[in-house]
Ligand binder design. Structure first.
Ligand code: NAP
Length: 296
């Protein structure tokens, strides 16, 4: 039997409905959650992501502020904007869209966001909290969304071998930190693979849960997957497709057709992890607004 598909859109819809309820509740206390997104430059893919985030924020009944800055904006100018947003009571979440132009150090910018407004979960304080298992910080949206997908699909994680391909600060590392925690939705034995890993297949073949975030089309094929494994495809690769109107289409890192024959559950691209990332951003923003009440 081919693997069942994980319906990321349906699960994200549930998360967004819960966010909308919490937004209504906050309104009773006179609080409207606000998310500010800063885009520096005119990278087309980033512009699409930023627009989608703005739309989702408004749809959730929250205040959305999108700041578009010129590609030659200096680091100090950008930091001045972040500082102003840190002090702005209308704003509960701040996100600076990556990648940034060369003249700006992304690590410096990440550290300049107030950790209480860091809805991306990239500030070292929030990363540290996640690693030590404190749940009062913010967890990066993509790994947090994957953990929700697994839970919603009834995947039992304790004692399972979770293999992650990729060790970025955005996906791979936080994913590993989450899956190794001593919690009922984790408790996995975790292996992290990267470009220097020898014999990738040897590791992936032993995975009960395989999470692929390499940004390489077709890096995982059916013969690299254990029968019955759960496969989460994080990759978003734009590839040429003459049959498509735009001449391109989005595909994941996993060779879907061959992997589907051996896995028990698989997340498609598009419609798997992607919708969850935005839904978790909304959930982090509403949480930031709820926390702001307790900080008053
Ligand atoms: P990244 O920063 O480029 O990291 C890619 C990781 O994959 C690196 O750790 C790299 O190893 C590893 N890698 C590359 N080639 C490999 C190979 N042949 N074998 C084993 N490991 C390999 O990318 P990212 O930001 O984590 O994103 C990964 C993918 O997920 C991208 O396609 C991105 O677009 C997508 N993504 C999707 C969402 C979503 O919401 N759907 C969100 C975030 C990212 P080294 O460290 O050794 O270089």
């Amino acid at each position: 039997m081919p693997a069942e598909l994980i319906d990321g859109r349906a699960i994200a819809k549930k998360i967004r409905a819960d966010v909308a309820e919490r937004v209504k509740k906050l309104a009773e206390s006179g609080v409207k959650p606000g998310l500010a997104v800063i885009l520096v430059g005119d990278d087309p893919a980033s512009a699409v992501y930023v627009a989608a985030k703005g739309r989702a924020t408004e749809e959730a009944g929250m205040y959305s502020l999108t700041m578009r800055l010129e590609a030659d904006t200096s680091q100090s100018e950008l930091l001045a904007h972040v500082d102003a947003l840190n002090d702005d009571p209308r704003i509960h979440g701040i996100l600076v869209q990556m990648p940034l132009p060369k003249q700006i150090d992304p690590d410096f910018v990440i550290r300049s966001v107030d950790p209480n407004k860091d809805v991306d979960g990239f500030h070292p304080i929030n990363v540290g909290k996640m690693l030590v298992g404190e749940r009062d910080g913010f967890i990066p949206c993509t790994p947090a969304g994957i953990q929700v997908l697994l839970k919603e699909c009834g995947v039992e994680t304790p004692g399972k071998h979770c293999v992650i391909i990729g060790r970025s600060n955005i996906v791979g590392k936080p994913m590993a930190a989450l899956m190794m925690q001593n919690t009922t939705d984790a408790n996995c034995t975790v292996t992290v693979c990267h470009s220097r890993t020898k014999d990738l297949r040897e590791h992936t073949r032993s995975a009960d849960i395989l999470i692929v975030a390499a940004g390489r089309s077709g890096i995982v094929t059916g013969n690299m997957v254990k029968k019955g494994a759960v496969v989460i495809d994080v990759g978003t690769n734009r590839v040429k497709d003459e049959k498509s109107k735009t001449g391109t289409r989005l595909e994941g890192d996993v060779d879907f057709e061959s992997v589907r024959k051996v896995a028990s559950l698989i997340s498609p691209v598009p419609g798997g992890v992607g919708p969850m990332t935005i839904a978790m951003l909304m959930a982090n923003t509403v949480r930031a607004a709820e926390l702001s009440l307790s900080l008053r």
